[in-house]
Design a protein around this ligand. Structure first.
Ligand SMILES: [Zn+2]
Length: 329
């Protein structure tokens, strides 16, 4: 998605809202772009930044070739800055630091663009800092906040942003896209359940870390059917050392979610929908005997709750321990 007309094919509404505001020369001070992974948040943010700084635009389309466009693409435009969580959250100090840098650096113009990924991890102080900066007179500052977790955006942010909702992509269409690109049927099924991004799907599929994640997920689920008391040890010795940062821990929970969904699918005779265990009839049959449908629904809810806790910066080891207790009950 390198142009607004390409964005329009996948995210027509988002493209229309943003290009209209460009045409009217009324770009918002703050956008909140929300949508699941792979729906185009980052490409849209980049394109918007280019649209602000391009010196050779044709209509609302940036040229992609001028100095400004190239520097934005390579991530070193002096007036465009990406902010990402430092650990589990985006802290006020990060914003302060950035604003100092902006003020000292030889500005090329009065315009600034902040692109804030995982905006749901902004602390209240960091969010207030940004909002205050946006409202300083004489500055033409645009903040583009991105999130795949719109429920966790603090209200002061939401109410001050133009909210752009990205629509979800269709996993079945994506799955055939992956298979067309050479991925096996089975891998495509799992990958399309985890991401909407083609590059991500192929890189995960070839990745040693991801292969190990798959193994750990299956071992974890099997421990519950074996009534093993070693689950805690397993969390401390195997799970936590492998899933290190917040992104990885979330991915671990996504995998667990898929595994338990599969067991539920098996129960209701939807083997065709299974993403983790297709073709492993015996294993899934063993697993399914340990859980009733009601229990499985409850477990799925508990895993979603664990994901929310991670987002709220609860200690990840604690989250996994609590989840274990809840599933064992
Ligand atoms: Zn340009």
């Amino acid at each position: 998605m390198k142009t607004w007309s390409e964005v329009a094919e996948i995210q027509p509404l988002a493209s229309r809202i943003i290009t209209n505001s460009i045409k009217k020369d009324r770009i918002s001070h703050a956008y909140l772009i929300q949508g699941a992974r792979g729906t185009g948040k980052k490409p849209i943010a980049l394109l918007l930044a280019k649209t602000v700084f391009c010196t050779n635009k044709s209509g609302s389309e940036p040229c992609q070739e001028c100095n400004a466009c190239k520097r934005i693409d390579s991530g070193n435009h002096p007036d465009v800055h990406w902010i990402e969580p430092d650990g589990q959250s985006i802290r006020k100090e990060q914003i302060d630091h950035l604003q100092k840098e902006f003020n000292y650096s030889g500005m090329e113009s009065n315009k600034k663009v902040y692109i804030i990924s995982d905006a749901d991890t902004l602390t209240v102080n960091a969010a207030n800092r940004i909002l205050k900066f946006l409202e300083e007179p004489g500055k033409e500052t645009t903040a583009i906040m991105l999130t795949d977790n719109s429920q966790s955006i603090i209200p002061t942010i939401r109410s001050r942003c133009q909210v752009i909702d990205l629509r979800p992509l269709n996993p079945d269409a994506f799955r055939s896209q992956l298979m067309d690109a050479g991925m096996s049927d089975r891998d495509a099924l799992l990958m399309s359940a985890l991401t909407n991004n083609l590059d991500e799907a192929f890189s995960w599929n070839a990745d040693e870390w991801f292969a190990q994640s798959r193994k750990l997920m299956i071992q974890w689920v099997e421990m519950f059917s074996g009534h093993s008391n070693d689950v805690y040890l397993y969390i401390h010795n195997q799970w936590m050392p492998h899933f290190k940062d917040r992104k990885q821990q979330e991915q671990g929970l996504d995998l667990l979610l898929l595994a338990f969904k599969d067991i539920l699918y098996f129960h209701i005779g939807r083997q065709d929908a299974m993403a983790v265990f297709p073709g492993q009839g015996e294993k899934i049959e063993d697993l399914s005997m340990n859980f009733s449908q009601v229990q499985l629904l409850d477990i799925l809810n508990k895993i979603l709750e664990a994901k929310r806790k991670l987002k709220q910066n609860v200690n990840p080891t604690l989250v996994m321990e609590q989840l274990t207790v809840q599933i064992q009950r």
